[in-house]
Ligand binder design. Structure first.
Ligand code: SF4
Length: 446
């Protein structure tokens, strides 16, 4: 047995949910005494966590596997694309093993087989931090509350890749959140495929946390997370009536006044063809009520234009819907036919140039709304969380409560004291300027 610890290289692709899988595997590897190598050459083998959501992601994953094989030679593949083992083996027959998403144990089994752990490793001496290994900067962390999805949106293959909804028991979710906070995390980002459905599969089963009974349900989860004293941001929420219950928690400052709701469209007939969850709800009415209860509420969303069969009238309905909804943050994608998605056959495809033209019109309107809403915040004093410091420019790059990391805008703090701030610090700033997506601010002292 060599004295050196076995070294594993790790490539993590895909969405925040895949990132959580990577973090779990990395934590387990460290617990068992493996070292994580930052380079292919220094590693004894490489694990590639893949994404298979859209064709571009499939290609990116296949390229990453190819690169790892060329540079290292010993490669274990896991993640969403792993569900399609034949696609991987057609291109890269020499990979050591292939598993699907959230297959921690199988991945560890494959690692053990091809690179056994050091026999004398003692997990009690070589401690792994209780909060596990985080791939995100240490002041924010993703908290995955469930896997899979009970819906069957026609453009999506996630349920066939990840299966039906499986919620994590609330006690274990909250213990993980508590450990993150103890480790210095300032912001928890709740992720899942459908956060509003949390606990449905468990029939909102009673669990225990800190010796107290607590139901595995969205409202109880938000209340408990809100008691931890850090920012709590909700992603992937659908506009179901029971979501109304968490808005008062936002108004009271318990959780961030931020909802990430992937609406995808505003035309009832397109939503029906998409088989979207809550497509029959009157979302405009719901948004209006939410904003009455919590005027600072920020809504972010994503949309698809050029869905099969989308007519100019339906697209206009979407634009009209957005004008009334006045969403703060919006992403938009021209429909891209994912292999195996039912949507490809529900109606005639929209020509590529029409899709792109609609995408442009939609984004122009969304940018106008975003700019106008950001402009209203000029002059306000707000709390922000520092992400990084650009020492050369003397600028601190931060986010307000309205900005999720990586997908939303930033707050650039300029002027005196900015360069001395530290990542993870929360400070008060006065907003001095706004553009289409970002804000500029100065520190408020005293
Ligand atoms: S809600 Fe729809 S889009 Fe989201 S994962 Fe489930 S099936 Fe896919």
């Amino acid at each position: 047995m060599s004295l050196a610890n076995p070294k594993v290289g790790f490539v993590s692709l895909g969405c925040p949910k895949a990132l959580v899988d990577s973090e779990r595997i990395l934590t387990q590897l460290r617990t068992e005494g493996y070292e994580i190598s930052g380079s292919y050459e220094g590693a004894d083998l490489v694990v590639v966590n893949t994404c298979g959501f859209i064709d571009a992601a499939v290609q990116e994953s296949l390229d990453a596997i190819g690169e790892a094989l060329a540079e290292n030679g010993k490669v274990i593949v896991t993640g969403c694309l792993g569900k399609k083992e034949d696609v991987i083996r057609d291109v890269h027959p020499s990979v050591l093993s292939v598993t699907g998403p959230h297959a921690y144990e199988e991945v560890m089994g494959a690692v053990h087989m091809h690179l056994p752990p050091k026999a004398d490793h003692d997990p009690f001496i070589n401690l792994v931090p209780a909060q596990g290994i985080k791939l995100t900067p240490k002041h924010y962390a993703y908290l995955k509350i469930s896997e899979g999805c009970n819906h069957r949106c026609t453009f999506c293959i996630i349920p066939s890749l990840r299966g039906d909804l499986v919620s994590r028991p609330i006690g274990s979710v909250l213990t993980e959140a508590q450990n993150l906070v103890k480790a210095g995390v300032q912001e928890i980002l709740v992720v899942s495929q459908d956060t509003s459905a949390y606990g449905v599969d468990l029939k909102y089963k009673l669990d225990f946390w800190g010796g107290q009974p607590i139901k595995t349900r969205m409202l109880e989860l938000c209340e408990a997370l809100g008691s931890l004293g850090v920012w709590v941001r909700l992603h992937y929420v659908y506009p179901y009536p029971h979501v109304d219950n968490v808005i008062p928690l936002m108004a009271e400052g318990k959780i961030l006044p931020y909802l990430d709701i992937p609406f995808q469209h505003g035309s009832p007939s397109v939503l029906k063809r998409m088989k979207r969850p809550a497509h029959a709800e009157n979302t405009l009415e719901r948004i209006k009520t939410w904003r009455e209860i919590c005027p600072d509420l920020i809504i972010r969303s994503t949309f698809i234009v050029g869905f099969p069969g989308e007519t100019e009238e339906e697209f206009q309905e979407l634009l009209d819907w957005l004008k009334v909804a006045q969403l703060d943050r919006v992403g938009c994608f021209p429909y891209s036919p994912v292999e195996g998605a039912v949507a490809n056959d529900v109606a005639e495809p929209v020509p590529e140039e029409v899709k792109l033209e609609r995408h442009e019109r939609f984004m122009k309107l969304a940018a106008e709304i975003s700019a106008e809403r950001l402009q209203r915040r000029v002059g306000r004093v707000e709390e922000v969380l520092i992400d990084e410091i650009d020492k050369e420019e003397g600028v601190a790059i931060a986010r307000s409560k309205a900005d999720a990391p990586e997908i939303d805008g930033n707050v650039f703090i300029e002027g005196e004291g900015a360069a001395d701030l530290k990542p993870g610090q929360k400070v008060m700033v006065r907003i001095t300027e706004a553009d289409e997506y970002d804000l500029f601010a100065e520190l408020v002292t005293g």
